[in-house]
Design a protein around this ligand. Structure first.
Ligand code: SF4
Length: 573
């Protein structure tokens, strides 16, 4: 039923194999200083005890790479042999040291060799010469990995592509894919294939499209490397969980992904249960490596909103609506920002809060476990496709695509019945299922029935899902990294304070990043940036320009608010 059923090859990362028919592995990354062996070992153990199957540790330089030996030794002494991964940026030397010590090295093809030089073009021969240079620089690492049985993840990140790739492809899914495949082709020439690939972005749509395109390109070139999935800088709390599920869930449902990392701005052990819930709700292994063309009207590689008629607040190019059942609803309890657009009344109509009724027939298509629904659609109606949580959401997509093939212009509402779920399970399930349709612009509204969940929370989660998928913005957006050994300020506290004071600023995007190595690039489309720059120091950005440096972290949140006020973008709560 999945769209891509991509069966990857098995690769070896220590004694935990990845890919093929192996379970989807869950991993995370430490946030301690890598030179603090005790803190890193203690945190790694908390992660492993929670179910983390690979532990990634940053190695910003040679001394941190060397200290991985102490961390590994201490973990072994305490009875833990979980494979370790070194996270490398800009430092081939650190990668070569780490590859002799631990089981896997993650390199970013955007910065392993290339540095930004402000070039404005590359001739074909210059481009090829750069690839030759990359080959020479990566050869020593490959030889070490071959000798020690070390795996490599080639991980492209939206926002940190090389200048050469940016000039040819832009900061696009195609650029992300090519950035990684250039390295893969070199590895294959050097007869090295113990490779994992990843395409990450803080933008859910970009992340989904990049991974689908990666699979397509791999199939075209006869490759089948395992894929690591993750939404970068997802933030914390419910927002972070919803965004992670919205990005990772649809890909697992497409049959893509062998290992996942949920990136939360929280202690890394808290990422593991979220990862397990996402895999449980969306992940299954399907054999076959075959791309299933679902509809001539639909492309999985680029976003476009399905064409539909306008019915009241629903359809056409209006943002997707939120609907709740009137019988569960108490208007007084609802936060003004998360008020549903329509209430479903006891006489089966949709009405707004000012009691204007939607003037359209509602056509209910109920999906059952067995058999496909019969579609008799008249273009004037509003279609509600209802299914319960046990029915794979792929069946709903099939119905939507059949309607597209029939040239139906009826707006479509996804109604999902999720009874009996805890709130933690509900928000993951709801986000993954809805995103499966929202990231492709296929639906015009969402409607949940969930007997265990407070209707106020259903509304907030519904708006959170629309925001996470970029379908509808109802509050400020935060791009916050999970932090790692490069972070030298209290990022979790900072994010909480910034959210408390700015969440109501609808439409503003704020990046909260642990370091200036990756931070500025990966929050490139944020309106404001709050970025760590040395011990307890913060640099503030407006768009991607530095506004003020060296601010003490105790004063930096106030400074950020002052900056927003100076720009005339502040509104009181
Ligand atoms: S942006 Fe955050 S997670 Fe990424 S390298 Fe910097 S501190 Fe680490």
């Amino acid at each position: 039923m999945a769209m891509f059923n991509f069966k990857s090859r098995v690769i070896h990362i220590g004694d935990i194999p990845l890919g093929g028919d192996n379970p989807i592995r869950i991993q995370s990354m430490t946030s301690t200083n890598t030179m603090d062996t005790k803190a890193t070992v203690d945190q790694s153990i908390r992660m492993i005890e929670a179910g983390c199957e690979y532990v990634r540790i940053t190695a910003p330089g040679v001394k941190e790479a060397e200290n991985l030996a102490n961390i590994k030794k201490e973990l072994k002494k305490r009875g833990y042999t979980t494979p370790l991964i070194a996270d490398i940026h800009y430092q081939p030397k650190a990668a070569e040291i780490a590859a002799r010590i631990i089981e896997k090295v993650r390199i970013n093809p955007g910065n392993y060799v290339d540095r930004k030089r402000g070039r404005i073009n590359y001739s074909e021969s210059e481009y090829l010469a750069e690839l030759e240079k990359i080959k020479e620089r990566i050869k020593p690492l490959i030889n070490i990995c071959k000798e020690h049985g070390t795996a490599i993840r080639i991980g492209s990140n939206h926002g940190s592509l090389s200048e050469r790739i940016l000039l040819k492809y832009g900061d696009t899914p195609a650029g992300m894919v090519e950035s990684a495949l250039e390295f893969v082709r070199i590895c294959e020439e050097l007869d090295y294939t113990n490779i994992v690939l990843s395409m990450k972005s803080s933008n859910v749509k970009v992340m989904v499209q990049a991974n689908r395109l990666l699979v397509k390109k791999m199939m075209d070139e006869g490759m089948n490397y395992p894929i690591h999935l993750g939404v970068t800088e997802a933030g914390d709390a419910e927002d972070g969980r919803i965004k992670s599920a919205a990005g990772i869930g649809p890909l697992l449902m497409d049959g893509i992904g062998d290992t996942i990392r949920v990136s939360l701005t929280e202690d890394p052990e808290f990422e593991i249960p979220v990862g397990k819930r996402i895999v449980q709700s969306s992940g299954f292994r399907v054999l076959g490596s075959k791309f299933r063309v679902l509809s001539s009207e639909f492309s999985p590689f680029k976003y476009s909103r399905r064409k539909s008629n306008k019915l009241g607040l629903i359809g056409d190019n209006q943002p997707p609506v939120v609907i709740v059942d009137e019988k569960y609803f108490d208007e007084k309890l609802i936060n003004e920002s998360f008020k549903p657009d329509y209430l479903f009344t006891s006489d089966c109509k949709l009405k707004t809060f000012d009691s204007s009724y939607l003037n359209a027939e509602i056509e209910l298509i109920k999906i059952k476990k067995d058999g496909n629904p019969v579609l008799i659609n008249n273009n004037e109606s509003l279609v509600v496709i209802e299914s319960d949580q046990e029915i794979p959401i792929q069946k709903t997509k099939d119905v939507v695509l059949s309607l597209m093939d029939k040239k139906s212009l009826s707006p479509i509402i996804l109604k999902r019945v999720c009874n009996g779920l805890t709130k933690d399970d509900f928000l993951i399930k709801a986000a993954a299922d809805c995103s499966y349709l929202l990231v492709d612009g296929l639906i015009d509204g969402i409607w949940f029935e969930a007997d265990n969940i407070d209707p106020k929370e259903i509304c907030e989660i519904s708006f959170g899902i629309l925001q996470a998928t970029g379908a509808r913005i109802s509050k400020a957006e935060f791009i916050a990294c999970p932090s790692c050994g490069r972070t030298q300020f209290r990022i979790q506290d900072a994010l909480k304070k910034i959210k408390e004071r700015t969440t109501h600023l609808k439409g503003i995007k704020i990046g909260v990043m642990g370091c200036s190595v990756n931070g500025p690039g990966e929050m490139a489309d944020a309106d404001y940036g709050y970025v760590g720059a040395g011990k307890s120091k913060i640099t503030l950005y407006r768009s991607n320009r530095i506004v003020k440096q060296g601010i003490n972290e105790n004063e930096a949140v106030d400074e950020l608010i002052t900056l927003i006020k100076t720009d005339g973008k502040w509104i009181d709560k």
